[in-house]
Design a protein around this ligand. Structure first.
Ligand code: SF4
Length: 356
């Protein structure tokens, strides 16, 4: 088949074309993905993000894959909204470990109005450390998206998870249209979009293609496209799903790379289950972003060390955060943030209502 190997971004992908990409012999697909990748990115640079859960569990949504959903009993310990100080200190650790982007996630259907001042302050303080900021807080209305953008939030993560057709098999408490609406609010507020999906939820290969078509055919495709492999958590309805065939996962990365040549394709959930060779093939297929999970933010941090070792073996280096600030400006921001922390009045204990 003839698929253009130019770096042009297209927004008119059809199911047939995407099926044809998936059907290519593995080596041909990998070659095409590499050509596209090299036209658009440093092939040996991988962007590194760290994810911190700022509010864990008891989510009212019923996403069948998610241990944080209040609908399933997964034994997950619930946590209230973290204090700003704690978030900032985790962000500093992440920066020391080489992360350039700090993602903060809350298990909410949507942020409530009383939560907004805290998340806005988190964005400001993490940003002043010289890190890119990303949040995932559920659905956002126009005003909330505007507030976060104004605070300096760089990215908003809101995944589509799967194709529109398969979506209601996975989530019933909000619709695909709701998700698209939040993405539109994020875009019109001027933030970058992080949006992807999950493999291994019982979806067909056409559903996988459908998800990529949905993303690639957006007027502006997401700048960041996380491709997750289901982590089967006991107690969730998907705990007994079949494993994803590793080559199918790698193909998904390669097809995403070809269809969204300028986006960062991110290996996220499920990476712990992949051996080094599989991760390497994902990088070769065009993945150029990874998460260091929050649980890696421990003192010894062996997982992050493992990642560093893999980077060394492959000659990969972390991608630098492109900032237009001078070093002096970054230094000044840092000092400001240290001072802000000292004077921090936003010590938030969610168990004590502020107004009380
Ligand atoms: S909205 Fe997010 S946190 Fe809540 S159940 Fe779905 S995936 Fe989990």
């Amino acid at each position: 088949m003839s698929v253009s190997m130019t770096a042009d971004v297209r927004h008119d992908w059809t199911l047939k074309q995407v099926q044809a990409l998936f059907a290519l012999p593995f080596n041909d697909l990998m070659f095409q993905a590499q050509v596209v990748h090299r036209k658009n990115f440093d092939p040996n640079a991988v962007q590194v993000s760290t994810l911190l859960s700022i509010k864990t569990g008891a989510c009212p949504e019923d996403c069948k894959y998610c241990p944080q959903s209040g609908h399933y009993n997964t034994g997950l310990e619930k946590e209230k909204l973290l204090e700003i100080e704690k978030v900032v200190s985790e962000a500093k650790v992440a920066r020391e470990k080489g992360a350039t982007r700090f993602c903060m996630g809350a298990a909410w259907r949507n942020p409530r109005e009383k939560d907004m001042p805290y998340v806005v302050e988190m964005v400001k303080q993490v940003k002043s450390l010289g890190l890119e900021t990303c949040m995932t807080l559920g659905m956002l209305d126009e005003a909330q998206a505007g507030e976060l953008a104004e605070a300096g939030l760089d990215y908003y993560n809101h995944n589509l998870d799967t194709s529109e057709k398969y979506y209601d098999q996975i989530i019933t408490t909000r619709t695909y249209a709701d998700r698209l609406n939040t993405l539109a609010n994020v875009r019109s507020a001027g933030m970058k979009v992080c949006c992807g999906g999950i493999l291994g939820m019982g979806e067909s290969s056409d559903d996988r293609a459908g998800l990529l078509i949905q993303l690639a055919n957006m007027a502006e495709p997401p700048e960041s496209v996380p491709i997750n492999m289901l982590v089967k958590v006991e107690g969730t309805p998907l705990e007994n799903e079949k494993d994803v065939e590793p080559f199918d996962f790698i193909r998904m990365i390669a097809v995403a790379r070809i269809m969204m040549p300028k986006s960062h394709v991110r290996l996220s959930a499920g990476r712990e289950q992949m051996n080094e060779q599989m991760q390497s093939l994902c990088f070769l297929a065009g993945a150029n972003s990874i998460f260091y999970g929050e649980k890696l933010l421990t003192t010894s941090n062996p997982e992050a060390d493992k990642d560093r070792q893999l980077f060394d073996k492959l000659g990969i280096h972390p991608e630098q955060y492109q900032t237009d600030k001078t070093e002096e400006q970054q230094q000044a921001d840092l000092l400001k943030s240290v001072e802000a922390e000292r004077l921090n009045e936003f010590f938030y204990d969610a168990s004590v209502p502020k107004s009380a």
